[in-house]
Each structure stands twice: as C-alpha cells, then as structure tokens.
Design a protein around this ligand. Structure first.
Ligand code: PMP
Length: 415
C-alpha cells in the first residue's frame, strides 16, 4: 500500500466540519482548493482553543494566580512544541508573532538595524511574496543599503550559479521563500545557506508554504531565521512564528516596545527582557498558541512522510488532468513533483477572476489575482493568474469537480 493510502481520508475529513457542510444556496459542500491562502481547521484545534478560553484564560506571563499560571504554562508548552516541530535547539529561539508577515517585518527592522550600513546589500528573489520583499526594501532605504534581486529561470528554478552571481562580501542578508506561493517550487535552501555563510551573510527562510507541508529542520538546513504562519497549517489565524538562532536574537534590538518586553524601566533608561520575551511586546496570543499546539499534534499524528506522499499524489493527479485542458498555461516546472501542491495557471481568453467566480458557482474554491507577488507575475509576463493549492485532506473528488468546471469553462464563456 502506498503511504498516502494509509491516511484514512474519509475519517480525517470528518474532523474538518466546514468540508462537510453544504452551502444553503446550492446544497453542495465546498471543494476547497485554496490551502496556500489558509487551511481549514480540525475539530481538535477548535476544541483546544475553546477549552483554553473556557478553562484557562487569563493574561499570561503576568499574574501570580492559578489561572494566569495555567495560561503561561500552555503558552510556553506551545513554544516548546514548536521548537521540536522544526528541530530548533532551544524553545527560546521561538518567537510568537501574528503571522509570517509580522515575523519578516520584525526581522527586517531588528536585524536590519543590527547589521546594515551604507552600501550593504540584501538579496531577495524575484519570486518573493510581498511580505518577504517590502520589509527588506524599507530596511534598505533606512540604512542606505541596496536590495539585489535574484532571478529564477522561466520554469522557476534558481540555480547555484545564479545565486553565486549575486553574492559578494557586501551581502549581509539573504531572504528567500522555501516554497514559492505561486510556482510551488522548493528552493534548495540548504545549498544556498552554505554559500551565503561563506560570504558572511545571514540567511532568512520564508517557510510560510513549506512548514505546513514538509519536515523543515532548521538545524539541518542551518538557516539563521525561519518565518511561518499558523493559519496555513491548521491553526487559528493570528499566530505566527519567527525562529532565530539564539546568538542573533540575543544581539538584535527589540521590534515593538511596551509591556512584557522589559526588565527595568526608569525615566532615562530601559533594560530589556531575555529572548524571546524581548520580542513579544504586549499581551500575547495564548489562545492562538494553544491552537497551534493542537495543530502540530494533529500533523504529528500522521507525520510528514504520509502527508507529503499524499499531497504529491494529489498534485500529480491534478497536474496530469490540467495539462489536457485546451487553452491552459501552467506556470512553473513541467514536473508535478516540483509543485508541492501549488498549481498556478491561466486559461486562454478567460480572465482569472472570471475563472474564480465561475468556479465558485460550482462551489470550487480557488484563488485568482496576483498572489501578493506582483514582481514575479510581471517577470512571468502576466498580471494575474488562477491558482489551486492542495492539502492532504483534499480528495481526487475535489480535483475532479475542479477539472470538470475547467473543461466546461471556456464553453460557458462562449469561447
Ligand atoms: N510568504 C509566503 C510565501 C506566503 O505564501 C504568504 C501568504 N500567502 C506569506 C508569506 C504571508 O503570510 P501571512 O499572510 O500569513 O502573513
């Protein structure tokens, strides 16, 4: 039996109520194919958050009474579990944020302030989500530094040679998507990290599209920082993660200032709390952290070997059928295995927004637009595309519904 067949999908799907709830208007359940935007949440996550608010809620890290201690405990347990999940050396290397965007802004601000001076360079790729491009551009501007763009080829591959060509002693930071939210390609982070380190540059990986789908081991990759969002990996919205090597987090200045991030404050001076609290100003999202904890438990029940194999199977299934649709252009690699659940496409003569609207009338949910990666789309010579993105709980039935609509779509548009 293939590993993906070991996953009892019908049983798993019962955990995701939204996937089993028919729309009143149509009587159909959704074929949810927008998982790169956000995933659905299993009952165990929803129940864990409910339990936290019913039984354990108080302001964590502050009070000396039982409820506050309980809230602190569950919050810090989530930190330990997150560290284990990505194989960080210490729990203190995990900073909770709102999402990957906030993690990357924190870094661009604090790491930028620590490292950058006039004439320095930051390397980002052309395939970055705006969240991993705009914060670095702002940091470069503040420090009279420069952003250098690293290009992929037209199929989305970034070669070692292309990477080496942009590296020099001036480069202080490299920030790169692990998996692209448009092309689905998985960049060879491990090789790039080792090259970046030879030049003395620090390496930031945007793991928003990798951490939910594959085993990401920060020690093995040797990345200096990793950013990701809970809501793309079964957890609630509003909880994100920044991993950083302790020695750098310790040296970096704080991002936001306020409660809980200080040791002492006088009218003239301030000393900061230890890492990670130095980077977690204000009341933290304990309920979100509890949800993230439950989401990681859910993923750990199956493990990434099974999840990856199932998602690869679904990606190949969709890819092969999509390739046969008349008038379709698929962006990125010709090999389904390089897509990691993400297939971005265009249909001749149909605006991507029309694709999404018409799909919605059949309760097939997908994304249309620029996917927050306008420079990449311009490089690919388009303004807008449609995208399906898969999760392990999707079925071939979901994909069949999508393909059926796709085949009929041009006819419906009178083409
Ligand atoms: N990076 C990548 C590669 C993404 O796909 C996304 C979300 N689409 C983000 C960053 C930003 O994630 P969030 O909106 O959760 O901050």
């Amino acid at each position: 039996m293939a590993t993906y067949e070991k996953l009892e999908i019908e049983k798993i799907r019962k955990d995701f109520l939204i996937l089993n709830t028919a729309f009143k208007e149509t009587g159909r359940t959704p074929a949810y194919l927008d998982n790169a935007a956000t995933t659905q949440k299993p009952l165990s996550v929803i129940n864990a958050v409910e339990k936290y608010y019913k039984e354990e809620n108080a302001n964590p890290l502050r009070g000396l009474y039982k409820l506050s201690v309980a809230a602190t405990d569950v919050y810090e347990e989530a930190r330990v579990k997150t560290a284990e999940f990505i194989n960080a050396e210490k729990a203190q290397e995990i900073i909770f944020t709102r999402n990957a965007t906030e993690s990357l802004n924190l870094l661009a601000s604090s790491l930028g302030d620590m490292l950058l001076k006039e004439g320095d360079e930051i390397v980002v790729t052309i395939m970055e989500h705006h969240s991993n491009m705009l914060p670095w551009r702002a940091a470069a501007k503040r420090h009279n530094a420069k952003v250098t763009y690293l290009y992929c080829d037209e199929k989305g591959k970034i070669t070692k040679e292309a990477f080496e060509a942009v590296m020099s002693d001036k480069v202080k930071i490299v920030s790169m998507a692990h998996v692209s939210n448009v092309l689905g390609v998985c960049n060879d982070i491990k090789t790039f990290v080792s090259i970046a380190h030879k030049y003395g540059a620090l390496f930031v990986a945007d793991g928003a599209q990798s951490v939910p789908h594959m085993k990401v081991d920060v020690l093995d990759l040797d990345v200096d920082f990793l950013a990701f969002s809970g809501h793309k990996m079964l957890a609630p919205m509003g909880i994100g993660v920044l991993y950083g090597k302790y020695k750098y987090l310790e040296a970096m200045p704080p991002f936001l200032a306020g409660g809980e991030m200080i040791e002492t404050v006088t009218l003239d001076d301030v000393t900061y709390a230890e890492v990670p609290h130095k980077f977690e100003a204000g009341t933290v999202n304990a309920g979100g952290a509890v949800g993230l904890s439950a989401a990681m438990d859910y993923i750990n029940r199956f493990g990434f070997e099974q999840i990856e194999e199932r998602e690869n199977f679904l990606t190949s299934y969709a890819f092969e059928k999509m390739k046969e649709v008349p008038g379709i252009t698929i962006y990125g690699s010709d090999d389904a295995k390089e897509h990691h659940g993400i297939i971005t496409f265009k249909l001749d003569g149909v605006h991507p927004h029309d694709v999404a609207y018409i799909m919605d009338s059949a309760d097939v949910n997908l994304r249309a637009g620029h996917h927050c990666a306008q420079p990449l789309l311009k490089y690919l010579k388009t303004l807008s595309t449609s995208r399906i993105s898969l999760a392990f709980y999707n079925t071939t039935g979901d994909i069949d519904r999508f393909i059926e609509e796709l085949v009929n779509l041009r006819g419906k548009m009178g083409l």
